[in-house]
Write a protein that binds this ligand. Structure first.
Ligand code: SAM
Length: 286
């Protein structure tokens, strides 16, 4: 069946008594140009394994299955499983797991399902958990080549902004620590059924083999970053001292030790600057 044809989809949903759940972020792609482009740009080939989060009725899944060796989908809504059985019946390289992606052990899944394969993540993410899913994928350091995801346009712009630019934030720094982020293309709200209120973008995170900066204490580095961006209108010294709960003098000294202006703001700091600063703060508070 044509998974981008509005009336065919409507009929399928009606027959199966399926109703969209807003709280599960269910907006299915109906623009026929989007999924082939996304699957193509994700870089998968006939030897690849793919993890898809939230297949919906399988419009992206089918494009992934045409190109990859194996696709494993994680779908939370059990009501979609019988529909996926119908829409994807022509494929024998797809497995659907009925689970919450945030509660799934992806290390174990990769080991069990994709032995000997290069693994990619490709998904149109449910927007209510975009950042938690992306950060969980990155922080757990699962062994994947890249993560190609559709997210809200503003979220993509934030994550793909250069660190040290006005549009950067704590999430920009975190994403860039683990991956090279690249915005691929925009997708209008009208490309979905039902249409969301916001536009979307597809972005690709190419996972780095090693972090681009050296930090002796990753947890402290990320705490410093979150503190620095915690109060955007304040100077970095004010935000960091209140966010970390350390004496302002210690932070001011660390900023001076790094050679930064005393009134510098977090968004002016590059990844290297933030790494240097977190090391200097640590040295000044010990
Ligand atoms: N891939 C389909 C498409 O592009 O048309 C559907 C994408 S829709 C934006 C998000 C999908 O994620 C829905 O199928 C929804 O049920 C599923 N979902 C929501 N929360 C989830 C979770 N925590 N774990 C796994 N899937 C989830």
């Amino acid at each position: 069946m044509n998974l981008c044809d509005y009336s065919e989809i409507k009929k399928l949903l009606e027959i199966n008594n399926f109703h969209f759940s807003k709280s599960l972020g269910q907006n299915f792609i109906i623009n026929p140009a989007v999924c082939p482009k996304m699957a193509e740009m994700s870089g998968i080939d006939g030897e690849s394994g793919v993890i898809e989060i939230g297949p919906g009725i399988g419009v992206l899944t089918a494009e992934l299955a045409k190109r990859a060796k194996k696709v494993v989908c994680i779908e939370l809504d059990s009501k979609l499983l019988p529909l996926l059985g119908i829409t994807l019946k022509e494929f024998d390289n797809i497995e659907i797991i009925n689970a919450d992606v945030l509660k799934t052990d992806l290390h174990a899944l990769i080991k069990e399902k994709f032995a000997g394969m290069k693994v990619f993540v490709c998904a149109n993410l449910p927007y209510y958990i975009t950042s938690p899913v992306i950060m969980a994928l990155l922080e757990s350091r699962i062994n994947v080549e890249s993560i190609t995801v559709m997210v809200q346009k503003e979220a993509a712009e934030r994550m793909c902004a250069p660190v040290g630019s006005r549009d950067s934030g704590a999430v920009t720094v975190s994403v860039n620590y683990y991956a090279e982020a690249q915005k691929l293309f925009d997708v209008s709200a009208g490309s979905f059924m039902p249409a969301p209120k916001v536009d979307s973008s597809v972005m690709k995170l190419n996972i780095r083999k090693t972090p681009p900066v050296d930090v002796t204490d990753e947890a402290f580095f990320f705490r410093t970053v979150r503190a620095a961006f915690g109060q955007r209108r304040k100077t970095a010294s004010n935000s960091i001292s209140s966010g970390l709960g350390v004496a302002k003098q210690a932070v001011i000294k660390a900023i001076a030790d790094c050679g930064f202006a005393p009134d510098i703001r977090a968004e002016a700091l590059t990844l290297e600057d933030l790494a240097k600063l977190s090391e200097a703060i640590k040295a000044n508070i010990l």
